[in-house]
Design a protein around this ligand. Structure first.
Ligand code: URP
Ligand code: ZN
Ligand code: ZN
Length: 504
């Protein structure tokens, strides 16, 4: 047998596709070499190319691989009881099956831990060799100790970690306003992007006590304990704190509420560096989903909670008009039928019907994010690519390696969708998904398209019709990130991140 490797001009060619980027929709053939986009050529011109493999896209859309910068994997109980049902292995397997080629997950620092570098090192151990897609980390700051703040410079300069997340709620993570200010000042000086979970934790705890005193503890009351005004207020406060630190850039995560959206839009219009993210749960679910029979509503308990139909429309508008720079999944999975680590940990002898206060907050969605939104028909395709791939890559310092199809520059991360003639009307069911979670909140929903192939650095890692997941858990690489390059993020901040308190 001749075992000599045959060399080809290209490793992979995709012909007859219609390439969609954040700026354009145009027919191109794509040649891939050494894991990079090598060439975009006129459609059909590479159908006879010398390539190790040629995929005929049959006229289908080809988009840059999805970039999902809000993913929780293998985290301990931080949002109440329970712990993540997905590991790096299962969560990233699910990602590629849904067209997502890069995630940024969280390295959580708890309140008892003074170091951020330790949180990062612990998380590297979980992810290394266990990831099907490329990955980076944000640090979740639970304890902004002197040590933690002093380590932020090292995270940026040595570790390729250029963003942190802080919380205005959750007992295990909530920071006081003075702590938020200290974090923002250090973030300004080190050019780190601060993601903020904006809900007023003190007020929602008080409301929860009120509900409990009336024995209103079913999953649906999760929504009553976190009304929209709590998100609007905290969002307004976060913007005020940012403006106090000479307009330090912040990103409001998982925005669900029209009031918060409006406040963000006003700040943006005012020229402030305020960025925002939303998620599919605020586009496709409503508070009625928390009212499902029995305990089923717990499947949709996440924070902020899904709102109403009018709010969904406002969030779609915010995606269309640019208020939201990114659409992430906030994949934060807990098994439903699991009394040890999942949603049912809150079912006890004292509370046989469960107690919403103790339901682990979060839902799975890394695999369904792109198909749901691509299929919705509610966003132009260029906008879809912008918010689900290019925008996150820019915001989190991954661009143009990720989120683009730039020859010689971008990794060959792609999704080939189904062409019109072969479009599968897929009914989402948990059985078809690749996470390790026992449900999806989107069970029974029809989607009009699904990634047919996912390509990561030139390798076909997902072929829906021929083998499904073809990638390997060791193929995903840690990606060091640079500073954010979206819009004017750091434009208004001088090199030293000066903050003139006397000038306030
Ligand atoms: O309910 C949610 N969103 N759980 C995940 C944790 C977070 O705040 O993002
Ligand atoms: Zn959050
Ligand atoms: Zn989250």
């Amino acid at each position: 047998m001749n075992t000599e490797a045959v060399s080809h001009e290209f490793d992979l060619v995709i012909t007859n596709g219609v390439c969609v980027t954040a700026g354009d929709v145009a027919p191109y053939d794509i040649a891939i070499k050494d894991g990079k986009i090598h060439l975009l050529a006129p459609s059909g011109s590479l159908s006879g190319a010398d390539a190790a493999r040629i995929i005929d896209a049959e006229g289908a859309y080809v988009t840059p691989g999805g970039v999902d910068c809000h993913v929780h994997l293998e985290e301990p109980a931080l949002f109440g009881r329970g712990s993540s049902s997905d590991t790096y292995e299962t969560g990233t397997r699910s990602a590629i099956a849904g067209g997502c080629t890069t995630i940024v997950a969280f390295a959580p620092q708890n309140k008892a831990e003074p170091s951020l570098l330790k949180a990062l090192a612990d998380t590297h151990i979980k992810a290394r060799g266990n990831s099907y897609c490329d990955y980076g980390f944000h640090i979740m700051v639970g304890n902004p100790s002197e040590q933690a703040l002093s380590e932020m410079k090292m995270l940026v300069e040595n570790e390729g970690v250029t963003s942190i997340k802080i919380y205005m709620t959750y007992t295990a993570l909530q920071l006081r306003d003075d702590q938020i200010l200290s974090v923002l000042l250090k973030a300004r000086q080190t050019r780190m992007l601060t993601m903020i979970h904006a809900e007023n934790g003190d007020v929602l705890n008080w409301l929860t006590d009120q509900l409990e005193s009336q024995n209103l503890v079913a999953p649906e009351f999760h929504s009553s304990s976190r009304p929209p005004i709590l998100e609007t207020e905290a969002t307004n406060r976060a913007i005020a704190l940012s403006s106090l630190i000479s307009n330090t850039p912040i990103l409001l995560v998982h925005v669900s509420d029209p009031g918060a959206t409006l406040r963000i839009r006003q700040a943006q219009t005012n020229g402030q560096p305020i960025f925002a993210e939303t998620c599919p749960q605020y586009l496709f679910l409503t508070r009625d989903d928390l009212n499902a029979p029995g305990f089923e509503g717990a499947k949709c308990v996440c924070s902020p909670p899904p709102r109403d139909k009018a709010s969904q429309d406002a969030i779609w508008t915010g995606l269309s008009n640019g208020t939201f720079a990114v659409l992430s999944s906030d994949h934060c999975p807990f098994n439903y039928d699991d009394a040890e680590q999942g949603k049912k940990t809150c079912i006890t002898a004292e509370h046989p019907a469960g107690r919403f206060r103790e339901i682990p907050n979060g839902i799975p969605g890394v695999e369904t994010r792109l198909p749901l939104v691509f299929s919705s028909g509610r966003l132009p395709l260029t906008k879809f690519v912008e918010v689900s791939s290019t925008g996150p890559a820019k915001l989190y310092g991954l661009y143009p390696r990720k989120g683009a199809l730039l020859p010689g520059v971008s990794d060959a991360d792609l999704v080939v969708w189904y062409p019109e003639a072969r479009r599968p009307d897929t009914i989402v069911s948990n059985a078809m998904l690749h996470h390790a979670t026992d449900y999806t909140p989107y069970e029974g929903r029809k989607v009009a398209n699904w990634p047919r192939y996912t390509v990561l650095r030139g390798k076909v890692v997902w072929d829906r019709d021929n083998g499904g997941v073809l990638g390997q858990k060791s193929f995903g690489q840690f990606v060091k990130r640079g500073p954010s390059s979206l819009g004017r993020v750091w434009e208004t901040v001088d090199e030293q991140g000066e903050f003139d308190v006397a000038g306030l």
